[in-house]
Design a protein around this ligand. Structure first.
Ligand SMILES: [Zn+2]
Length: 354
């Protein structure tokens, strides 16, 4: 069924299963954008220093809600789902404490050096983290995986496909009952692995990886606001991701990976990785689904598959998208500097209303 004549789409209120909120003034600048569209979000723990304990996660949760209140957001309508940053030293006790808190929902694996603030990441997953992984498996808490090898001799465009072979498969053989979310997949290999693998596995997909291929980074010159990690791939991969996201498979769900960086840190000799999409996430996803006539699959992807995988209830509210011109702002206020949203200045054909 084509959905290209749809002019209005009401779906169950969605959740964002992969979000960076930062801290301090940056947090205050962005948190209300997410709360406007999403009922819940999985909050990434890569602060400086990283969130490695339940106590830190609970304190961070408090700062998020305080920042939302200060920004005039609806605190009662938004739930931050906290995560811990897995390190070589994370103990089984810390995992059980996190689970019992009821506020920590997952643990994030960053291979050391993979992305922003990942220096404290894991150096030897099966060697050093076996006890923590066993504890996660036992309490049914998902491990969220940044799936790229960090070996500098491997081409940056190949790092995800090689991660599947070198890390993901051995991890899941060793812990077959462990729930794993392969975060922000960007390749055909990643999508096919998640689609076909045995056992509890799922993947999040960002809006930028559904909408753009790597040409976007270089169109007319180097465009730093299209630079994220894992990096955009070639068109065949983008098409494979769109097929996965719109397939109806419960293994694929929404995770924006929205990651704010000040304009000056993106437009820089060594610019930071990350796209800011919290402002217009649902407009971007609707655009991607609409482009292939699959708007009827958006609700499952955005609102059902995530909570079902995490074992959480689906939301009860709704979000409505209307086919209406929406111009993405050139920039947004961000503390004493500015934040450039993905596709700044461009026009989309969808607008989310509350
Ligand atoms: Zn991320």
């Amino acid at each position: 069924m084509s959905t290209q004549n749809t002019t209005r789409l009401t779906i169950t209120r969605p959740d964002d299963w992969h979000l960076h909120l930062r801290d301090g003034a940056a947090l205050e600048a962005v948190v209300a954008d997410t709360a406007r569209q999403f009922a819940r979000a999985i909050i990434m723990p890569n602060l400086k220093p990283p969130v490695t304990t339940t106590e830190q996660a609970v304190a961070y949760r408090g700062r998020i809600l305080a920042a939302l209140a200060k920004a005039g957001g609806d605190v009662g309508a938004f739930t931050p789902l906290m995560t811990l940053y897995l390190t070589d030293n994370t103990s089984a006790e810390e995992i059980f404490r996190a689970h019992e808190s009821g506020q920590v929902c997952a643990v994030k694996l960053y291979p050391a050096g993979a992305t922003t603030n990942s220096d404290a990441g894991v150096t030897d997953l099966l060697g050093k983290c076996a006890k923590a992984l066993e504890a996660l498996e036992k309490c049914g808490m998902p491990l969220l995986v940044h799936g790229e090898v960090t070996d500098p001799s491997i081409d940056v465009f190949d790092r995800e496909a090689i991660f599947v072979e070198r890390v993901m498969k051995p991890l899941r053989r060793a812990f077959p009952a462990l729930k794993v979310v392969f975060e922000h997949i960007t390749t055909k290999e990643g999508a096919e692995y998640v689609r076909d693998a045995e056992g509890p596995i799922a993947a999040t997909i960002t809006p930028q990886h559904l909408l753009y291929n790597r040409n976007a980074i270089f169109q007319g010159g180097v465009r730093p606001h299209w630079y994220c990690l894992p990096i955009l791939k070639r068109e065949t991969h983008r098409q494979a991701l769109v097929a996965a996201a719109t397939s109806g498979s419960p293994r694929f769900f929404l995770g924006t990976d929205s990651a704010p960086h000040a304009r000056g840190l993106k437009e820089h000799a060594c610019g930071c990785a990350g796209c800011y999409t919290a402002l217009h996430a649902m407009e971007l996803y609707a655009t991607a689904f609409d482009a292939v006539g699959k708007l009827d699959q958006l609700e499952g992807f955005a609102s059902f598959h995530g909570p079902d995988f995490y074992g959480l209830p689906r939301n009860t509210g709704t979000l409505t998208l209307v086919r209406e011109t929406f111009q993405i702002p050139e920039e947004l206020p961000f503390g004493n500097t500015a934040l450039v949203p993905l596709a700044a200045g461009e026009t989309l054909a969808w607008r989310a209303t509350s």
